[in-house]
Design a protein around this ligand. Sequence first.
Ligand code: C5P
Length: 339
Amino acid sequence: MSITVRSFAKINLGLCIGAPRRDGFHDLRTVYQTIAAHDVIRVRIAKGSGIEIRCEDDRVPADESNTCYRVAERTVALLRAKGKVLIEIEKRLPVQGGLGGASSNAVATLLALERALQKHIPGAEKLRIAAEVGSDLPLFLIGGTMLGVGRGEEVYPLPDLSPTACVLATPDVGVSTPEAFSDWDRSMARRVSSPAQPRQNRSKLTTSSHSARMNEFSRRLSSWLSGLPGKTGEPVTGVPAGGRGRAESPLLDLVRTGIENDFEQVVFPKHPELREVKRALVRCGAFYASLSGSGSALYGLFRSRKAAEMAAARLRKQGIAAEVTATITRQQYRTRIFD
Ligand code: C5P
């Protein structure tokens, strides 16, 4: 039996990078939001043994370095499953785009494999496998609007924002996430290494400026959350992706807190064309535009689908690859995965 799954992308609504940790990762705070743009994953169990990955895009590895492979390996071991696992990846999302494509593909593989093997994996086990394979995987077990903390793998569902029209701009640039984190560390170290600071104070200063920034980000998020209507389980009304209506405050309020993506500070100087794409999104009417994750994809949020379509058309005329999509709620995420 072949199982087909949609593997949705995410964007980051703000991302604050904290201090480097002993395990080589960085603490961070972010709001993840799933969007309708997706890859397609097909999983089938055949005769034989092992794991085989097929993808027409040769930038996607077919070996153990692929996150889908690593998830499948762990799932097969956990369930003591027999047979050969065939994973087909239909790539539509950019590779190394900051949209969580590879992480989402891996979670889609996990969910498809569970169905293909007709076995149930408890939620906690799925979360464990996901977090082991990568920081960005657990969010795809939840979907909708989420708070991400720790190294990004600790995820908490937030009140869902209503579907909002979104333009994804996908410049043909690959950004390495580990490299972007190292660039960030260097830029933070430079900020505190002014000649006025004695050398022995610098690491203390770096730590305190990291925590001050993280605290400020958390303060903005909690003031936003405390202003939201008290109902849970229903999306808080936002800008409808379909067009009319003005009930737009929760998402607008969030972006108006001034949340930003720290990666822009190190990725834009290296790739100035990405800063230009962000400016173009704003010029085309986005009420908020940002790099997603470490990039290179950027997104703009719009008041209506029509406005987003006009903006995408204008961007394409300027030679920028752009497509219209929309944010999706947790419920939409869950129902559309297997649709
Ligand atoms: O967890 P994931 O495999 O996606 O991380 C890839 C790399 O990105 C890590 O090896 C690390 O260098 C960097 N990273 C980090 N801090 C995080 C997440 C990722 O430094 N919170």
